[in-house]
Design a protein around this ligand. Structure first.
Ligand code: 1SD
Ligand code: ZN
Length: 265
């Protein structure tokens, strides 16, 4: 009858609008963050990390040719709830890093006009979509937690040494190694800090889908220059001539009315 035909039209229109909106690239990442230009909230549910630090599963580290990726076995998938994630649960998919050829750059987001040496992204997908693949193109599909790393002249950060050991074991492209499942301890302290920045944005790699709730912790984690340097040894091609020396997307200009929230839960 006429009713179903009409609702089909509405559905088609809505789908079209959704696609059109995505094409506008209104929510591209990374962006610059500043406290002054953010909206402050101090009554928010805390963001809860479950299984990220006390994991007893199997963890692997892989050189993909573009970055190094940490994964946990399915049996021990960490998950996130609370904060800006509404009532949904977000499952850990992987953690990876961005860096450049220079310790004074290498992060993707810029915080108060400052760049850091590296940025780590803990990628999570919304459990209601069942898998990362089915969540990646949904507006509320992903939550990526970002941490800055700053190279200093000081000693190695001992909590970060398991990551560095992993890097040294996957210098060749497409190689994988096992690492200790408690290897995320280096972000624990920062992740338990009260303040973080959050906004709706995109993947920073192709296909740049606008499906990410970004959550960024502003205080950098200190590591040594040598610990960062090991990442630049990773090979990006099978012929082993080319190293991964820059996997950072430049800053994207957000629309003037873009909302960035800083949350002190
Ligand atoms: O760069 C990563 C890419 O490797 C892939 O992990 C993708 C989906 O998880 O996310 C981007 S990013 O936006 O987290 N940098
Ligand atoms: Zn990333």
């Amino acid at each position: 009858g006429a009713e179903p035909a009409k609702s089909q039209l509405v559905e088609d229109h809505e789908a079209h609008m959704l696609v059109a909106e995505w094409r506008l690239h209104k929510f591209q990442s990374p962006i610059e963050l500043s406290h002054e230009e953010s909206i402050t909230h101090d009554h928010f549910d805390p963001l809860e990390f479950h299984g990220h630090w006390d994991n007893d599963g199997v963890a692997t580290f892989t050189n993909t040719g573009k970055t190094v990726v940490l994964r946990f076995s399915e049996r021990a998938t960490p998950y996130l709830v609370g904060g800006p994630l509404h009532k949904d649960t977000y499952c850990f998919e992987q953690l990876h890093f961005h860096w450049s050829d220079d310790d004074s750059g290498g992060c993707e987001h810029i915080f108060e006009g400052r760049a850091y040496s590296m940025e780590a992204h803990a990628v999570h997908y919304n459990l209601k979509y069942g898998s990362f693949k089915d969540a990646v193109d949904k507006p509320d599909g992903l939550a990526v937690i970002g941490f800055f790393l700053e190279a200093t002249d000081n000693e190695d950060n001992p909590c970060f040494s398991e990551m560095v050991k992993g890097v040294q074991n996957v210098i060749k492209i497409n190689t994988t190694t096992n690492i200790a499942p408690d290897c995320l301890n280096w972000i624990k302290e920062e992740a338990q800090c009260k303040g973080y920045y959050t906004y709706q944005g995109s993947l920073t790699t192709e296909p740049y889908l606008e499906s990410v709730t970004w959550i960024l912790y502003p205080t950098p984690i200190h590591v040594s220059r040598q610990q960062v340097a090991y990442f630049r040894e990773l090979k990006s091609t099978a012929c082993e001539k080319i190293n991964i020396v820059n996997n950072v997307r430049p800053i994207q200009s957000p629309p003037a009315d873009k909302k960035i929230n800083v949350i002190f839960a």
